[in-house]
Design a binder for this molecule. Structure first.
Ligand SMILES: [Zn+2]
Ligand SMILES: [Zn+2]
Length: 309
């Protein structure tokens, strides 16, 4: 385990992270709260199958019953009818079984969830005036999950968020300077150096990034340069599902709340697809909020060891 602080610059772009292992972790014990909330919501859960269940916008059935279902967000901040807050929000119900966590699903089931994400990203992108679609999961109370039945969310926006635009411009700058894709180069470099690799098969690699901005941050990347989840083969999606299962199981065992996000290339761009996991155990202090410089108590090399345990 690394013990001396170190400032690292991200592989591309100009983000800096201060790794300071001495600060120690400030874990949040959330499992008891989560368990209690799960029980409270079990009755009248409108994500559970039953007479009152929400109408499906889209679903994948197995044996005559839905396995993964998409519904409208009942309490949306954005809608297609509100010109002042235009957008589209949907919920992906990952499983019909209340109490089953995302990490409990089989890799094949997780692949089905990914298939549903791909179908809905495509459909929402085709809506009028939607220019950006984000799929994300909040797992654990501190990560923003409000309903304990396993689900993910999709938001379609009229505009491209600043964060995504900045990321895209940094990737373009890297490509201009080096003549290659930043993520393809990261994959090559990391596979050679090995110490930050968590999962590696013929199709994908999962790694803890060199200058990770959250403890246990993990990127899952297809080895082939592909732009979108929709473009990935069933085999590639299954490999992503396997990496996700390993990572989320480990985080759940240690009661670490997390988010993950799907980053397709922006439309008309040629950027590498990536799925990113961020833990939510590190509460940002005044320095992080004020300066944008992150202090991370867990080096990615130690995070990779954590996932491989
Ligand atoms: Zn439920
Ligand atoms: Zn690439």
């Amino acid at each position: 385990m690394k013990k001396i602080s170190e400032i690292r610059k991200s592989f591309f772009g100009d983000k800096y992270v201060i790794f300071a292992p001495k600060r120690g972790l400030r874990p949040h014990k959330i499992s008891e709260e989560d368990a209690k909330r799960k029980e409270q919501f079990k009755e009248n859960c409108f994500f559970c199958p039953g007479p009152d269940e929400d109408k499906a916008v889209y679903k994948i059935d197995v044996g005559g019953k839905w396995l993964v279902k998409v519904v409208e967000n009942k309490f949306p901040a954005l809608s297609l009818t509100n010109k002042k807050a235009y957008g589209k929000q949907e919920i992906v119900i990952d499983t019909p079984n209340h109490g089953e966590d995302f990490c409990d699903l089989s890799p094949e089931h997780i692949r089905t969830v990914l298939d549903v994400y791909a179908a809905r990203i495509k459909a929402i992108n085709e809506l009028e005036n939607i220019n950006y679609v984000q799929v994300f999961k909040n797992d654990g109370g501190k990560a923003g999950a409000s309903i304990p039945h396993a689900h993910s969310q999709i938001i379609g926006l009229e505009y491209i968020p600043h964060h995504m635009m900045a990321d895209t411009m940094a990737m373009d700058k890297y490509c201009c300077e080096n003549g290659s894709c930043a993520y393809c180069d990261i994959i090559k470099k990391e596979l050679k150096e090995k110490e930050r690799i968590v999962f590696d098969d013929d199709n994908v690699v999962a790694l803890c990034p060199w200058a990770s901005s959250s403890p246990y941050a993990l990127w899952v990347l297809p080895k082939a340069h592909k732009n979108k989840l929709e473009d990935l083969t069933p085999e590639e999606r299954l490999s992503i599902a396997k990496a996700l299962k390993i990572a989320t199981s480990r985080l759940d065992t240690e009661e670490i709340p997390y988010n993950f996000f799907i980053h397709d290339s922006l439309p008309h761009n040629d950027h590498h697809f990536r799925l990113k996991i961020a833990s939510r155990m590190n509460v940002w202090g005044g320095f992080e909020i004020g300066s944008g410089v992150i202090i991370n108590p867990v080096f990615p090399e130690d995070a990779a060891d954590f996932y491989k345990k």
